[in-house]
Design a protein around this ligand. Structure first.
Ligand code: FAD
Ligand code: NAP
Length: 338
């Protein structure tokens, strides 16, 4: 094993978008698969826990990390094939997501435009099956290459193996803490076919021609107007998943709240808007010390400065209890807690 550039006692504050202060006992920025493998071996030899880190935009740090933070910084992208409909691209896990989206539009590769301005890395996109404005990344993924943390072997999973669900995948389930995603193979469209199911995107597009660039720019305008920029007001995006309820629960709620937004899903179930429930419960704009609920979007918890992971999780628990009490609906935290 060549000398690994492992650092000691590294602050993670600038490496998580909630800006939670936490120290990594050991930190390695891995730019190659060999460094990832060596970092995993190094941690295993010392029985240290490993936290795999991308852009830090979907994690909550409870406190200091006693083991190794393995920062995935693999870069690069190659086109690996095309037919009349699709273009296949292999993209390294450490590529930043939004520049990837913009670069695809410039190159005439379509399907990603509704996912503009999502923070984070390409390698984390399959973990949460990122989604926005009616598009989920699972519809664009052909394969995911992983490094098995125990054996050090590279394996390729097809889309079915990834068990993608609503903001969910095998990487949050059976494979959590068992692999590092090293590369994602995307199958992008060569013809543009706009997805305009979400009203705000249609409205923001206005009267001009509907191009992929226009859709991406419309999405970016909505997001900039509504979501806090983590660089200005630290946050981890939507804090809770939208709950999916059965028909009986929906009927009971609509009896009491006829204006409640709801969206039909498969097998007779319906998705509710967690942000609406939290807002109705009176939490929008709430602040307690360093933590609060964003004033424009109740689904986003924010760090006004100096908050700890415990502060954020305590606020989340209060919101969850209150929503369960008022609506009989359980909210689930979306980011990964460490
Ligand atoms: P991290 O936060 O670093 O990690 C998240 C999880 O993935 C952790 O469990 C980590 O261990 C794991 N992970 C990261 N990289 C790898 C890897 N290479 N291999 C294995 N595991 C890995 N999400 C949406 O779905 N839609 C949105 O519209 C959206 N908007 C957001 C807006 C804001 C302002 C913010 C702050 C967040 C938003 N998010 C959204 C959440 C977040 O940006 C995404 O989930 C993103 O994909 C996380 O990427 P990351 O690189 O920051 O992951
Ligand atoms: P919004 O437009 O205020 O809508 C509230 C919720 O209603 C959304 O969460 C969305 O569910 C749902 N919704 C709205 N129109 C819908 C339709 N036509 N069909 C089905 N569901 C519909 O939401 P927002 O908070 O501003 O976010 C806009 C988009 O960006 C959403 O897709 C959201 O998921 C995504 N986003 C995600 C994060 C994150 O961290 N995960 C952060 C910011 C924004 P869905 O969430 O299922 O789409």
């Amino acid at each position: 094993m060549s000398e690994l550039p492992i650092q000691r006692d590294v602050s993670l504050k600038a490496l998580n978008t909630l800006a939670l202060e936490a120290q990594a006992a050991h930190y390695l920025r891995a730019e190659t698969v060999a460094q990832l493998r060596d970092g995993l071996d190094w941690a295993r030899a010392r029985a240290l826990p490993v936290l795999v880190l991308g852009g830090g935009s979907n994690i909550i740090l409870r406190g200091d990390w006693p083991g190794l933070v393995l920062h995935v910084a693999l870069r690069g992208m190659v086109e690996c094939g095309r037919d009349s409909e699709h273009c296949w691209l292999d993209v390294a896990a450490g590529e930043p997501w939004h520049p990837f989206v913009r670069g695809r539009i410039d190159q005439g590769h379509f399907g990603v435009e509704n996912l503009a301005l999502i923070p984070g890395t390409v390698g984390a996109a399959p973990v949460q099956n990122i989604g926005a404005y009616g598009v989920e990344v699972k519809s664009l993924i052909k394969e995911v290459e992983i490094l098995d943390r125990a054996s050090g072997e590279l394996r390729v999973l097809n889309a079915a193996d990834c068990a993608f669900g609503y903001r969910d995948s095998v990487f949050k389930g059976a494979l959590r803490d068992h692999c590092v995603i090293t590369r994602v193979r995307f199958a992008l469209d060569r013809q543009f076919s706009p997805q305009l199911d979400y009203g705000p995107v249609r409205q923001a597009l206005g009267e001009g021609p509907v191009t992929a660039l226009a859709v991406a720019e419309a999405v970016e305008r909505i997001r900039r107007a509504k979501l806090p920029d983590p660089a200005q007001l630290p946050n981890a995006g939507s804090f809770f998943k939208n709950p999916v309820v059965d028909a009986a629960c929906l009927e009971a709620l609509l009896g009491q709240y006829p204006a409640m937004p709801h969206y039909p899903q498969a097998n007779g179930r319906s998705k509710l808007a967690a942000g609406w429930l939290i807002e109705q419960a009176g939490w929008k704009g709430y602040r307690h010390g360093a933590v609060g609920v964003h004033s424009e979007q109740a689904l986003v918890l924010v760090n006004h400065g100096g908050a700890t992971g415990a502060d954020v999780l305590a606020l989340a628990a209060s919101i969850r209890d209150d929503v369960a009490h008022k609506f009989g609906v359980e909210l689930e935290i979306e980011p990964q807690v460490y």
